[in-house]
Write a protein that binds this ligand. Structure first.
Ligand code: ZN
Length: 226
């Protein structure tokens, strides 16, 4: 009764097109969901996401929910997630993709979902970490815990311009730190981010995490940029 009343006064609107959506279910409407081009990479052992990390870092599996097309709906949604204070978009996309991952044979033994930490200053300015919002949605539908307590970003990161490629990598890597590594021993972690571009940040994060004894890392992001 109260819910019906609330729906009348505050109708739920699609996060993408602002049309009304039913009181229950996703807050991205069916029509907008139809505009998302899913990759289905979570069903493939070898795929373009994993290929992007070949020869760089040992990953178990890697996937993105969709492809990133310029001017497409996903680009709009990610832009709003990052710059228009719409954290709910990250959660909704996570919930939608979590439904798929929950049943994917390659993603059955994940222990924790870990978002790529945002620089503290950026997070303070934005009010949230968009990768953590995606993690939160994934966790909800996959029924797996997510946490941003195990892996953090530190304040430093000195200027990179005059460094060699290797020094740059070490520098990016040192921007992150595993907290309480004893809690991660032998765990399979799903490291998540919003968009994968060069993969440099994810590589740096994963290389920190796999230094913990027995840790395996898989990746999931909302979109893969070409
Ligand atoms: Zn819509």
């Amino acid at each position: 009764m109260l819910q019906k009343l609330l729906d009348l006064v505050y109708p739920r609107l699609c996060l993408a097109c602002t049309q009304r959506v039913p009181a229950k279910g996703s807050s991205i409407c069916i029509s907008c969901q139809g505009q998302i081009n899913p990759t289905n990479y979570h069903l493939l052992d070898d795929n373009p996401v994993l290929e992007r990390f070949w020869g760089r870092i040992q990953l178990q599996h890697a996937t993105t929910y969709c492809t990133f097309t310029k001017e497409g709906l996903i680009q709009q949604l990610i832009h709003a997630l990052k710059y228009r204070h719409q954290p709910q978009i990250g959660i909704e996309l996570g919930k939608l993709y979590g439904h798929e991952l929950k049943n994917a044979p390659l993603y059955q033994n994940i222990d924790y979902i870990i978002p790529v930490p945002l620089h503290p200053k950026k997070q303070h300015k934005r009010g949230y970490n968009q990768a953590a919002k995606f993690a939160e949605g994934l966790a909800e539908t996959m029924g797996i815990k997510w946490s941003d307590d195990f892996f953090v970003r530190q304040e430093n990161t000195t200027t990179q311009t005059k460094k060699s490629r290797m020094d740059r990598f070490e520098n990016v890597k040192s921007a992150f730190r595993v907290v309480a590594p004893e809690k991660l021993i032998n765990k399979h972690l799903l490291l998540v981010d919003d968009v994968i571009t060069t993969g440099a940040t994810l590589e740096a994060c994963a290389s920190n995490l796999i230094e913990v004894e027995g840790v395996k890392v898989s990746l999931a992001a909302i979109a893969l940029a070409s």
